[in-house]
Design a protein around this ligand. Structure first.
Ligand SMILES: [Zn+2]
Length: 331
């Protein structure tokens, strides 16, 4: 396990100093909800925890690091389990191996039932048990209601951490059963230092951090994709020229997100604010405010259908051509 980012370590210290059997970590994506949740359960189950959290040396820490701890239950959509390297239960794994279905994007009710049963069992290592739910907003109403009963009357030695990137989507009854913690935004120097420590080149780090709107883990994910940071810098002008190719291998949702960011920055500049996602020098010449506002409304509409585009090739061409005309509208 790599060292925690300093702002995650700081929050972990704060939360560990408080009592609470259920935490809800909330904030937009990319701020480290999963890292913080894992740091908490690791410290709770550690045989030799200190003020800084888990010791990192004991058999319990080791079991968590290799993702097989008998007293930790991780509840995630199967796509997230696979991405983060957590094992699925045998039945679910067999169904995926036999291609009976695709990995779930939601937390499955079967997994929730297993978690509730887990909560009732005696702890294997005698340091209590922990349930980690991420992203918690991927519970549907049935699954969330099943969890609610256990949250209301937790059986003795089990603790919960729910990590969410969209806490407003959670049932209010779930939120009210947890102690809430709003994720801290790391400042720019700390984020840049962390990105560089993860192996990001000096010059690329600020571009990636801007592309991710200041959220370091999202910036790292952007770097892990096949996209070059330079392509983000070049994106505004490429779109102004109507080049569809800049979005090669992007999903429609990612394209719409990038265009939203571009539109945001152009509107910000109109009112004299500093652009957030691009450097001012990367933005094309000013365009008309009315055209930008109309474009922003169209993007909001498009984002509602982005998950299921009728024809993603056509959709991309349409998006780029609309963006091009908004960017070239005259003042
Ligand atoms: Zn330990």
């Amino acid at each position: 396990m790599s060292a925690l980012a300093p702002w995650i370590a700081e929050q972990s210290r704060q939360l560990l100093a408080q009592r609470g059997h259920a935490w809800l970590l909330q904030g937009p994506s990319g701020l480290g909800q999963y890292s913080l949740a894992l740091a908490l359960v690791r410290a709770w189950l550690c045989e030799n925890p200190g003020e800084e959290g888990a010791c990192g040396q004991c058999p319990s820490c080791h079991a968590i690091d290799v993702h097989t701890h008998a007293d930790l239950c991780v509840l995630m959509p199967e796509v997230a389990m696979l991405e983060l390297g957590w094992p699925l239960d045998e039945k679910a794994q067999a169904e995926l191996d036999e291609k009976k279905r695709k990995p779930s994007k939601e937390i499955r009710i079967e997994a929730m039932r297993d978690a509730i049963e887990f909560a009732q069992r005696t702890s294997a290592r005698g340091r209590g048990k922990a349930v980690l739910v991420f992203p918690a907003e991927r519970m549907n109403n049935v699954t969330a209601n099943a969890l609610l009963k256990t949250l209301e009357e937790p059986p003795g030695d089990v603790r919960f951490v729910l990590a969410s990137e969209a806490a407003h989507l959670l049932l209010p009854t779930i939120r009210s059963r947890c102690l809430g913690h709003t994720m801290h935004w790391p400042d720019e120097p700390a984020s840049l230092a962390w990105l560089r420590a993860q192996g990001i080149a000096d010059l690329d780090a600020p571009i990636l951090l801007r592309a991710a709107g200041g959220r370091p883990e999202d910036a790292l994910r952007f770097a892990d994709s096949t996209r070059h940071p330079k392509s983000w810098s070049n994106l505004p002008r490429a779109v102004a020229r109507g080049e569809v190719g800049v979005f090669k291998d992007w999903t429609p949702a990612q394209v719409i997100d990038a265009l939203h960011k571009l539109c945001h920055d152009l509107l910000a500049r109109q009112v004299g604010a500093v652009p957030r996602f691009f450097d001012a020098s990367e933005l094309p010449a000013a365009s008309s405010l009315a055209a930008l506002n109309a474009w922003a409304r169209e993007l909001a509409r498009a984002s509602r259908t982005a998950e299921h585009p009728f024809n993603s090739g056509l959709m991309l061409e349409d998006l780029v051509s609309r963006a091009q005309s908004a960017l070239n509208s005259k003042l």
